[in-house]
Design a protein around this ligand. Structure first.
Ligand code: GLN
Length: 194
């Protein structure tokens, strides 16, 4: 399987390392032609406004929209914001997922936190997952074809899936736990339904 990591800004290197540990071929995507032949793409954490502007500048907004019609995309944090249809402000978005996002929903950088939670769809016999939030977003609405996947104990949604599209508010790439990356690789492998 061939995977790409959008490498315009943010923590794309960490995603690359996680996928490589699982044996995937990984390349960095900076131009539309870099998407050719990929089975899946990761949009990393970073600053969604900066990544969005660079996507527009390099012609990647339309190219990734098209890619996401048939192939897998996973957005972590800023990447999840970019997958959404609405963040309540005017910034470049892919608009691929039927989700609404509230950016920086937990406050400022200093309010970043980690929480350990069980993730039943990821090999439930394993230990809790160490979830890292860095000025992360909350998914405030999930509608249409999207489904909520994970919530915090207070009910706020932190992960959603729509066909082969996955959005998480947190950063599995900043841990050594590869279960989310494996889950994404399996998603990318599953039969395509559009
Ligand atoms: N706060 C950033 C944004 O709104 C996301 C932060 C992150 O990706 N860790 O784009």
């Amino acid at each position: 399987m061939e995977f790409g990591v959008l490498a315009l800004q943010g923590d794309f290197r960490e995603h690359r390392i996680s996928l490589e540990k699982l044996g995937a071929d990984v390349s960095e995507v900076r131009l539309p032609e870099h998407l050719d032949g990929l089975d899946g793409l990761i949009l990393p954490g970073g600053e969604s406004t900066a990544i969005g502007k660079l996507m527009v500048a390099y012609g990647l907004l339309d190219a990734i929209r098209e890619f996401g019609q048939t192939r897998a995309i996973w957005g972590t944090c800023a990447g999840a914001i970019l997958l959404s249809k609405d963040v309540g402000t005017n910034q470049a978005l892919l608009g691929l997922m039927d989700i609404t996002i509230e950016r920086n929903a937990f406050g400022r950088q200093l309010d970043s936190f980690v929480i350990d939670l069980p993730v039943p769809f990821l090999e439930p016999s394993q230990p809790d997952y160490h979830l890292t939030f860095i000025r992360g977003p909350i998914i405030t609405q999930v509608y249409g074809q999207a489904e909520p996947l994970m919530t915090l104990p207070d009910g706020r949604i932190i992960a959603a899936r729509q066909r082969k599209l996955l959005a998480t508010s947190f950063h599995p790439e900043l841990t050594s736990d590869l279960r989310f990356h494996r889950y994404f690789m399996e998603m990318a492998q599953s039969q395509s339904e559009t």
